[in-house]
Design a protein around this ligand. Structure first.
Ligand code: TRP
Length: 466
């Protein structure tokens, strides 16, 4: 019952929390980012490193974040501030991350919306054309329109309110998503040559192992589980005091990782089948994997091509929409708490921000094609082989999130001490992996982040070769 005294909304129960967190976690990260990274970094090797990271590092960080949120009843900035004013900086850094991610997320959301519509109105063979995707993103004013459509949908749902808008949408869409993902994976496994792809995807080839792979897997873990950006703190703050935190965190991880692996099954074997080998996929894999290779796969489905293409992109669209809604809601609540000028003001400000930055990121594919910040700021790659989107993705996932994760580990492990988290968890249940949690958060995770980042930077600068 909502009464005026209720200080903070709570989830209707553990499952509502898990579902909401899962719907926020399952998004473009699982459907679009995970498959292309897995394809690029040697399939099984990447998969193995990723899963190990999720159940150790990811687990510890998610426990820390949700428990911190529930304990303080605050979102990121307030939660850190509770323990001393100077710690607010960690919350501020964390909160900056979704501001970087949301605009480019919405741009890709627009591409997905476009492809979903395209399968309704254009023959699958046209969409499968060699230059269809590049033609679309490189010069087309259409990209702006689709991005705006996607942003408008997100803003409308958020404006309708969290409960009425988000909880209801989540329930229906997540179920549809799983059903469709299973169906399409089964379909693509029947393609001739798909089994080579399965082998590539599941059997780790340790010669593919590199620091870059580990950095990519770590960034992907943060991105996909929505960690190291304050979200899980906010979600934890809505969590009821008597619900089992550890169990919920495990559920979210299994769910999110399960969907990512399933997405890999939809895409990687099919891509290997179509391109005639794993090497071709590995060298060509990138953000365009979903929009370039998959339409060629779908074309092979003959008369069912348009139906399958539509179903697939509708699924990705749902996943992207629910995640972007929760990203946008995060921005809104940060501005709402900071500016104290009401929710409408916050929604309007955030909408303008996402549109403006989104347009700039989009211009990275046309008017600003000559701007390669990856190259000019970080000295990575060749001039003009990365666009603004790659830069923002790199900045958030590879630089900022590891730093926020490191600070969070140090904060919990050494400043407030793990006991604060442990006693919060034990308010409602046992803490089965308590030892793992303490060792991870105090020693392994922070050392790992530092070693990996230093090795990566040195490797990139050519100081060492790994
Ligand atoms: N985890 C989401 C995905 O896999 C993306 C994401 C990152 C996100 N941060 C978020 C979603 C914050 C919601 C809220 O696509």
């Amino acid at each position: 019952m909502a009464t005026k005294e209720t200080a903070r909304a709570t989830w209707s129960g553990k499952w509502a929390f898990i579902l909401a967190a899962a719907a926020s976690a399952v998004g473009l990260g699982n459907m679009w980012r995970f498959p292309y990274l897995a394809a690029k970094y040697g399939g099984g090797a990447f998969l193995l490193v990723y899963v190990i990271l999720v159940v150790t590092f990811g687990f510890a960080l998610m426990m820390a974040e949700t428990a911190l949120g529930r304990r303080t009843g605050q979102s990121a900035i307030g939660a850190f501030k509770c323990f001393g004013k100077k710690y607010a900086i960690i919350g501020i850094l964390a909160s900056a991350v979704p501001f970087i991610i949301t605009p480019y997320y919405a741009l890709i959301g627009g591409w997905v919306t476009k492809y979903m519509a395209a399968y309704l109105f254009e023959p699958a063979s046209v969409i499968a054309g060699e230059d269809y995707f590049t033609g679309f993103i490189l010069q087309n004013p259409e990209t702006y329109v689709w991005m705006l459509v996607f942003i408008a949908l997100v803003v409308v749902v958020v404006a309708l309110g969290v409960k009425r808008g988000i909880e209801r949408v989540n329930k229906v869409l997540m179920i549809a998503l799983i059903a469709m993902a299973v169906g399409i994976s089964a379909f693509s496994l029947t393609l001739p040559g798909a089994l080579d792809g399965v082998a590539y995807y599941l059997i780790p080839d340790f010669s593919k192992f590199s620091v870059e792979l580990v950095v990519a897997a770590m960034g992907q873990m943060f991105f996909s589980l929505s960690l190291a950006m304050g979200i899980m703190i906010t979600y934890g703050s809505y969590f009821q005091k008597d619900e089992d935190l550890e169990h919920s965190v495990r559920r979210i991880e299994v769910f999110d990782t399960g969907i990512a692996i399933l997405a890999g099954f939809m895409i990687i074997p099919a891509a290997v089948a179509v391109q005639g080998g794993a090497e071709a996929v590995a060298t060509k894999a990138g953000p365009g994997l979903m929009f370039g290779v998959l339409p060629q796969v779908f074309e092979g489905f003959g008369f069912a091509a348009n139906a399958v293409g539509f179903a697939f992109f509708a699924l990705v669209f749902f996943a992207a929409l629910t995640s972007c809604i929760s990203l946008f809601e995060t921005l809104v609540s940060i501005v709402e708490d900071g500016a104290k000028r009401g929710r409408t003001f916050a929604i309007a400000t955030c909408a303008v921000f996402v549109v403006v930055v989104g347009v700039i990121v989009n211009m990275g594919y046309n008017n600003l094609l000559s701007v390669d910040l990856m190259y000019s700021v970080f000295g990575i790659g060749e001039y003009q082989d990365a666009q603004l989107l790659d830069f923002f993705d790199f900045l958030s996932n590879t630089i900022m999130m590891p730093i926020v994760a490191l600070l969070t580990c140090v904060f919990v492990g050494w400043i407030i001490k793990p006991q604060v988290i442990i006693s919060e968890v034990k308010q409602s249940s046992k803490f089965v992996a308590e030892k793992l949690f303490v060792v991870m958060i105090k020693y392994i995770a922070p050392v790992f982040v530092v070693v990996i980042l230093v090795a990566y930077v040195m490797n990139t600068m050519g100081l060492i070769t790994l």
